[in-house]
Design a protein around this ligand. Sequence first.
Ligand SMILES: Cc1cc2nc3c(=O)[nH]c(=O)nc-3n(C[C@H](O)[C@H](O)[C@H](O)COP(=O)(O)OP(=O)(O)OC[C@H]3O[C@@H](n4cnc5c(N)ncnc54)[C@H](O)[C@@H]3O)c2cc1C
Length: 431
Amino acid sequence: MIAVKTGVLRVVDYDVVVIGSGLAGLVAAAAAAAAGARVGVVAESFGGLAMWSGLVSGEVPAGDEELDAVRFFVEFGVRCGLEYGGCGGGRGEEGEAARKGMEVLSVSGRPVRCLLAPETAWAGDLRNWASSGTEADDGGLLVVGFTELEDYPAAVIAGQAAAETGARTAHRTVSLGRAAGRGLGVRIAGLFDDPAWFEGFLETSCRVLGREARRFRAVALPPVLGLFRFRSNLEALRGSLGTAVFELPAVPPSVPGMRFWRLWRWRLEADGRTSFHLGRRVIEADTDGDRCLAVSDGLTAYRAAAFVLATGGVAGRGLEVPPEAFFRLSEPTGALRPEQARGDGGSARTEEGAAPVEPIFGLETCGRRTDWLSWGVRVDDFWRPCPAGGPVNVFVAGWQLGGPEPDALLSITSGWRAGKAAADCREEGTL
Ligand SMILES: Cc1cc2nc3c(=O)[nH]c(=O)nc-3n(C[C@H](O)[C@H](O)[C@H](O)COP(=O)(O)OP(=O)(O)OC[C@H]3O[C@@H](n4cnc5c(N)ncnc54)[C@H](O)[C@@H]3O)c2cc1C
């Protein structure tokens, strides 16, 4: 039995333990499992996926390694039954245009650029529906809202989209009926997963919208077309409305994020190499010299050759902001040294008690003052915690890395890299 500080009741063994099941944790688990490792994922919740727009934004990957990570993400998505595409890593998409990603409508009606989008959003690429400028083809978009879902106001979205793009737009709001209740996208997605209910919806939407929809190049709908049956629902709607149909990006709570989490988890479990321990908060680590032997949630110890810390920074509860840090960082004069006040990305150390705390390993953190999302664990070139002397078999991924503008692309590339590196530890035995 390992010597964790609290009395654990059982010990489970893996090659790699991933702490966190947000985007970075899932990608890390998939990458480690693809490299042949037996993986345990220990996580409290779905993290930021519950609030995710569903789009992957970030800088266009410059290096081969980043592109490999994106390709892995896209290919694994195909196996999960939820395809992502839009940039160089996307399936069947080559060349400069593909590398630039897509421009889609946000819920405010403004175009936003992203590198990758889920299949449900592809037809929303502005290139598909904004006017081509020729007389024969004036493009156009019909925005459809649901009376029961006020977060996606069709009139506002259509009006703003017309102002921003110059395209012809119109809007309609339809009722989903009494079964929909009011307001919650995840509940409404449940209705779309019910084939009998959806058949009725299809009939009504075809009757109410069909004639008008055909006059537009695409129809935009709220992103609630089912947690599972979204693909067949979209196809059926496309067929009956006679034009392209897509989902707008999500506002919280996010059906696209929930879909993603479920489908990736199921694929990982079905592949037989990954086990999930959910609703568990890791509270401590057992280390021996410069190696971590196990982490524990107080009841179970998870022992492994290597660990991925994908706990999401301040937003994901992977960093805690104690009151003294909150007040000292918020002081106008600041409790930080001058080089940090310049906001150099955190290359200098904070004074004692003036920084968010990494609670599992007690790792050093850095970031830009009250810009909480920029805080993360300080890492070396191999994305292991530094300064040296920390655990060498722990790899940091996702928003726990902090940085000026963390985004989903960071979670994908760092999760992939951390998962592979952690799986390599198992083969190497030592580091
Ligand atoms: C509102 C919102 C909108 C977004 N929109 C976009 C967008 O438009 N484009 C884009 O590119 N990205 C967007 N993102 C970012 C993206 O969705 C992810 O949230 C981001 O990549 C962070 O992923 P992560 O896995 O690093 O952390 P998180 O998603 O925060 O996951 C952290 C995980 O660690 C777990 N955890 C933390 N501490 C512990 C512990 N001690 N023990 C066990 N488990 C623990 C949490 O439960 C969770 O599972 C958005 C995020 C938010 C919140």
